[in-house]
Design a protein around this ligand. Sequence first.
Ligand code: NDP
Length: 419
Amino acid sequence: MSKLLVIGCGGVAGVAIAKCCQNSDVFTELCIASRTKSKCDAVKEKLQPTTSTVITTAQVDADSKEQLVQLIKAYQPDAVLNVALPYQDLTIMDACLECKVDYIDTANYEPENIDDPAWRAVYDKRCKEEGFSAYFDYSWQWAYKEKFEQAGIMALLGTGFDPGVTSVFSAYALKHYFDEIETIDILDCNGGDHGYPFATNFNPEINLREVSAPGSYWENGHWVEIPAMAIKREYDFPEVGMKDMYLLHHEEIESLAKNIPGVKRIRFFMTFGQSYLTHMKCLENVGMLSTKPINYEGKEIVPIQFLKALLPDPASLGPRTVGKTNIGCIFTGTKDGKKKTIYIYNVCDHQECYKEVGSQAISYTTGVPAMIGTALVITKQWQGKGVFNVEEFDPDPYMDMLNKFGLPWVVDENPATVE
Ligand code: NDP
């Protein structure tokens, strides 16, 4: 018996909610609340006939702590799953603190306006101290640790695929395969084709910010930052084939560096085709990726938000995307004094996801782990007081649920490594 409040009703939320409805023994009641209530109503209409989970809907502006507190007090959930945007992480955490309700999300905080002087001052200081310049980082949410401890509640951060499953793979590798992990290479390959010249697989604003930023990796206790797309490698992905991939900064590097004892190097690579990169460079060069508002014919517009309005809605890519994703981690390290390398990965088929829940594999691979992390918190298989990343808990029940809920994984004990 449990009640879950889901905030946000986009691509990832659609899958997470569908998966909660497949797990109605755990999720007996669920409220979908988002900015646009009609989207919540449409999801309810589609799913209610298929499940015994009792679904309700509500309108909320998740930038307003007051509105969130009002909603949480009225609905009285056991936990809040934030699958809105990273911009709302802190207001939702504040509301959970006030109402003493557990909090779960899939992406770490970043501000909507990166020109805000108060945020900028903290950011500039962090860049100097830490040595990486991504706009998103864990410092804001980790700073809530004591407040969550005192309130006697928990926050589970980053239970998507990456971060999320890749972090759980790391905990699983450490628990079952290594005495010490030396290096982690996280490889995120999307071998899917949606047939458009250019589209992003999840929220364009978040996606384009991430991939146009400088890359960075963790080595020997510090960050090494490089220009965007400066390190390119090729990898032959099981069930997908040979792909170009580029080193990016990614948020789980930060938490794994903290939580995997003795790790010497952590890198993250994502595959991109040349056409995607050419489009992105061009949009960047003409200023379309800017988050700074400009005045156009008497109206203020933010270029990247205007671009988002022009691009295909990621939620609409499902029916036309074919091919597979392959996301996983290559670990090197030692076990019983011997060197060892393993690769743990999941392969997910875009069309299979579409047949099952009506969305492509990118939303699917994030929405399934969002449900799993939430289920483990709600059933108290994972519990604590404070703010946690997923690799801090026992990976075994999570790994079992990945197999059960559509993201089966493989352990290859003799993989090719990345130079
Ligand atoms: P979408 O843009 O598809 O959906 C976002 C949803 O949040 C929309 O329903 C939107 O409402 C709602 N929303 C936005 N602002 C507000 C607000 N102020 N108040 C209430 N609701 C709001 O994004 P995705 O589903 O693709 O992504 C969801 C989250 O998942 C993001 O945080 C993203 O970074 C994360 N993610 C994590 C991944 C991982 O592997 N860890 C991978 C992919 C995504 P409206 O419909 O009105 O616009």
